[in-house]
Design a protein around this ligand. Structure first.
Ligand code: 2HA
Ligand code: ZN
Length: 273
């Protein structure tokens, strides 16, 4: 059974965990995983629903021939665990990097997530800048981060500094900071291109008034990053709700001490706000 393979179990567990966090109302959010060659090999015998080649609406030549497991367009994260074969699927990218076809899942006429261009453009960038390490791209409708995009200036360095300040682990977990895309129409290559430009330097990109994208090596790391950023956002919402002045905070000096203790390079732009 393909559903017993570890990477599919990990994918489904992550999606269910995200649903349980409250980040996936209705069909909100999407998830994709770039399969390892050995995972493709062990799955091939289950590839039973080979579809037609379909245009991606983005050019990703560096992903030619790769396979991804993805959530389906219009599908609910809530249903992934109980009905995986209709909610998720495996796609293959063609030799030009311009088209995909479904090879397993998305039964009964499903198609990949509406954010497929953003996912694949992010995978292409991350494959290059992480030397083939990053495999997971995750989009969630993170309540607190969305709320903050209405009151915090939509600047990478401002969001980064505010989120770092809210919990001591944050500068260590995302030392490179977070990127912010202003409000744009979702579901196409334009927002995908803007997001992937930011993914060159960040593992977290916030979409104003919409949600968050995270990238990671594994399901645990991508989910853990989303969880850490959103929790920091939750603390910031609570602090701002109590008062508009902080009596004390994690200072610039504290941040430098953390960077030294944990041997991380903090994004210097977040000190110039
Ligand atoms: O409906 O989250 O961004 C899925 C989405 C679109
Ligand atoms: Zn969304």
């Amino acid at each position: 059974m393909i559903l017993e393979l570890d990477y599919i179990k990990g994918f489904i567990r992550m999606a269910t965990d995200g649903f349980n966090k409250g980040w996936h109302e209705r069909n909100g959010g999407n998830l994709s995983y770039r399969m390892k060659p050995e995972e493709v090999e062990e799955s091939r015998i289950y590839f039973d629903s080979i579809g037609k080649w379909v245009n991606i609406d983005a050019d990703v030549p560096s992903l030619a021939g790769e396979y991804f497991i993805v959530t389906g367009s219009g599908k609910y994260f809530h249903n992934i665990e109980s009905n995986p074969i209709e909610s998720i699927g495996i796609i293959q990218i063609d030799d030009s990097g311009r088209r995909y076809r479904i090879v397993w899942g998305l039964n009964n006429g499903g198609i990949p997530t509406s954010e497929l261009p953003t996912h694949l453009l992010n995978h292409a960038i991350k494959k290059r800048v992480t030397n083939n390490m990053h495999r997971v791209i995750y989009h969630a409708h993170t309540t607190n981060i969305i709320a903050l995009t209405f009151i915090i200036p939509l600047k990478d360095e401002v969001f980064t500094r505010q989120l770092w300040e809210m919990a001591t682990e944050c500068p260590v977990v995302f030392p490179e900071g977070v990127g912010v895309v202003p409000w744009m129409v979702p579901g196409g290559s334009a927002i995908g291109i803007e997001t992937s430009k930011l993914m060159e330097k960040y593992n977290v990109v916030i979409w104003a008034h919409h949600g968050t994208f995270c990238s990671g090596v594994s399901f645990d790391l991508a989910f853990g990053l989303m969880d850490t950023v959103e929790k920091s956002g939750e603390i910031l919402v609570k602090v701002l709700s109590m008062s508009n002045t902080k009596l004390q905070t994690i200072t610039e000096e504290n941040l430098h001490d953390l960077a030294n203790a944990f041997k991380v390079d903090l994004n210097v732009n977040a000190f110039e706000i």
